[in-house]
Ligand binder design. Structure first.
Ligand code: COA
Ligand code: AMP
Length: 634
């Protein structure tokens, strides 16, 4: 571990020196003299006296330095059968004009712009135009329901909302505008303006005075210039699931993001300017922010914007087609996508139909990469398959095999080693470091590196209590795992109520709140059970109010519809059973881990603290009826 270990040590020995050195690789309007400021830890700041614009680093700099004609975005949309390439010069032109549209609607530095759009180039235009004005974007994933959108509108209080008329899922057209109208109605914060991109697949009805048509607004727009902001000013807010129904607004600062993402494009992903980089995710997730939009553009790469799925659009060869057609060097996706491909094409026959000579490395993240998926991908692709671990909160990888520094041997089940900048440790509940090989809480010693999250939007107390109270001087990742004798990290499970469904992070607590809101439900529990394709799926158990005589199947169907309506289809909530009682400890805590083990058919022990062991027989029956069944006491 020569080059990696040297860099890792340098990054921790003198973090400010290390990152100020990396800061020279990006464009500032005022270069910072300070690295990290820890006076008000954990509210640490990076490059506090620096001044910068993220859009300038993504576009103007490249146009001015020889990349004007290079493709910035290749939009590949099997669901609409279209492709479009935008050069850096074309993208800059569209972004400047859309920044003019936003400016005309009153958006200026620090204002929020909420973006609710599918995977179309205009979504990237909206994001970069917001950043160009020094305003703050908040992108909301299209698979969320109107109520989730309303919560985000109220929390981020945007001046303008930018949306599209529809998204296109393989099985259906998702009309965004009615969802947006409902969300604006429900929200307390009243938005004065929206800009609506009318897609040809669906014309949204417009409200006079409030809704502006994207195309006509662009025609008359005056291009707007970059507005420099303080390095510490927010670039964006991205909401993610926490323990409760109220999502957490993760804030990303500007200077730290530009520096860390640019650095990671070489150090972690080994890409150079001009390379084609493809993160097959969605701009509504952190992967989309960091590695569909910002990282590749900061690095002068071509980024692929793929509006499709790994399977079914039209088949399990879709990823290989895109790699061949656009000469992709690096693909980044979630293990669930590979499980879907493997299921449809177990022998990898479709891979042989394509020329993958441009393809160098596959990166996986978003959920634990099971060794079966890893070895299948390795065998089929005959290329390095790199699992790496990160979170919305960190914005970029905590652990990885840093391909641009040094290629370390891959160990199945491990995202390899901590990335430079992250002082990772494993602690027990009392805060004592665990021995090598022992599972505990994965924590990062403060300060966190640049590009992570300096705060939660409107919620500094929650920032402290969710992440920094449990272990003094550390950031608590919410993941549990261990480090082996070679220093390799293993991320095993969440320590909170967050589950991971097809690489999407969801809160069981939020689903419980929705179930509890049903008039017939007295009590409930939602847990994540293992699923071969999606990694985990939510499973609900509910107790009905005394005297409720209604048909249980009817109630279950209403509960499924309710989660879909309140949280969205992305929750994939389909299994729910009515039970008479829930297993609890004598102090009244629901024994979720035991229920989960029963559903997952893994060995479990009768908890010593259980109030009434007989309840477990009833739960076993309910799980069997849903197609899940556990072995008895093992
Ligand atoms: N807008 C509206 N609805 C959306 C949506 C969007 N942007 N994205 C997903 N949905 C809907 C889907 O239509 C589906 O609805 P349905 O219940 O009516 O079928 C539901 O949300 C679940 O979608 P999805 O998670 O995509 O599951 P799937 O069964 O359709 O496909 C996979 C399974 C594995 C193919 C798919 O999850 C996938 O491609 N995953 C890739 C992983 C990924 O991108 N992870 C992001 C982090 S890196
Ligand atoms: P998100 O914030 O949506 O990116 O989800 C972050 C969570 O996904 C992490 O806290 C982990 O629980 C999980 N996760 C992401 N990547 C990995 C990985 N490579 N291995 C294990 N878990 C992962």
């Amino acid at each position: 571990m020569g080059q990696y270990l040297d860099t890792y040590k340098q990054s921790l020995n003198d973090a400010s020196k290390f990152w100020l050195q990396q800061a020279k690789d990006v464009q500032w309007t005022r270069f910072p003299t300070v690295g990290v400021n820890t006076e008000n830890s954990p509210f640490n700041t990076w490059f506090a006296d620096g001044e910068i614009n993220a859009c300038y680093n993504a576009l103007d700099h490249h146009v001015a330095n020889g990349r004007a004609e290079q493709a910035a975005i290749v939009y590949d949309s099997p669901v609409t059968q279209t492709q479009r390439t935008l050069s850096y010069a074309q993208l800059l032109d569209e972004v400047s004009r859309f920044a003019g549209v936003l400016k005309n609607l009153g958006v200026s530095k620090g204002d929020r712009v909420l973006i609710y759009m599918p995977m179309v180039p205009d979504a990237v235009v909206a994001v970069l135009a917001t950043a160009r004005l020094g305003a703050v974007h908040s992108v909301v994933f299209g698979g969320f329901a109107a109520k989730e959108l309303a919560v985000r509108i109220d929390d981020s209080t945007p001046k303008v909302i930018v949306a599209a008329s529809c998204g296109i899922e393989p099985s259906r057209l998702v009309e965004y505008k009615p969802l947006l109208d409902e969300a604006i109605d429900v929200a307390e914060h009243k938005v004065a303006h929206t800009v609506i991109l009318q897609r040809e697949q669906c014309q949204a009805s417009m409200i006079d005075g409030r809704d502006h048509d994207w195309a006509s607004a662009m025609q008359s727009a005056t291009p707007a210039d970059c507005v420099p902001v303080k390095s510490t000013d927010p670039l964006y807010i991205l909401y993610t699931s926490g323990t409760t129904g109220q999502p957490k607004g993760v804030v990303r600062d500007t200077g730290g993001s530009v520096v860390s993402l640019k650095w990671s494009m070489k150090a972690v992903y080994d890409t150079d300017p001009g390379d084609v980089y493809w993160a097959a995710s969605d701009i509504g997730w952190v992967v989309g922010h960091s590695y569909i939009i910002y990282g590749p553009l900061f690095q002068g790469c071509t980024t692929i914007l793929y509006e499709g799925k790994p399977v079914g659009t039209p088949d399990a060869g879709a990823y290989w087609r895109v790699i061949e057609e656009h000469q992709v060097k690096v693909l980044f996706t979630a293990p669930t996508a590979f499980r879907a491909i493997k299921k449809d094409d177990p022998s990898g026959a479709l891979i042989k139909d394509y020329d993958l000579s441009s393809f160098k490395t596959l990166f996986l993240a978003g959920e634990r990469c099971d060794p079966d998926t890893l070895s299948w991908a390795q065998e089929q692709l005959q290329r390095p398959v790199i699992d790496h671990w990160w979170q919305t909160e960190t914005g970029w990888a905590i652990c990885a095999n840093c391909m641009g520094l040094e290629t370390l041997p891959v160990k199945a089940g491990s995202p390899t080693v901590p990335v430079p900048g992250y002082a990772l440790d494993v602690l027990d509940d009392s805060g004592t470091p665990m021995a090598r090989g022992e599972i505990g809480s994965l924590v990062i010693k403060l300060p966190l590196p640049p590009g992570t999250f300096p705060n939660l939007w409107n919620a500094p107390d929650r920032y402290l209590s969710s992440y920094f109270h449990r272990f003094d001087g550390y950031y608590d990742t919410g993941d549990a795992g261990y480090i082996d004798d070679d220093g390799y990290v293993y991320v095993m499970a969440r320590t909170d109520d967050v589950i991971n469904v097809a690489g999407h992070r969801l809160s069981t607590g939020a689903m419980e709140e929705v179930l509890a809101g049903h008039p017939d439900v007295a009590e409930c529990a939602v847990l994540g059970v293992a699923d071969e394709l999606k990694g985990q799926l939510p499973l609900g158990l509910v107790i009905l109010n005394g005297g409720c005589e209604r048909d249980h199947d009817d109630i279950a169907a209403e509960l499924v519809a309710r989660v879909r309506e309140h949280i969205g289809p992305v929750a994939a909530f389909r299994s729910v059973a009515v039970v008479a009682r829930l297993p609890k400890t004598r102090s009244g805590k629901i024994l979720r881990a035991t229920i989960r083990s029963m559903a997952d058919r893994v060995a479990w022990k009768m908890p010593a603290t259980i109030e009434d062991p007989a309840v477990l027989d009833e739960i076993q029956q309910a799980l069997s009826a849903l197609g899940y069944a556990g072995d008895a006491d093992a």
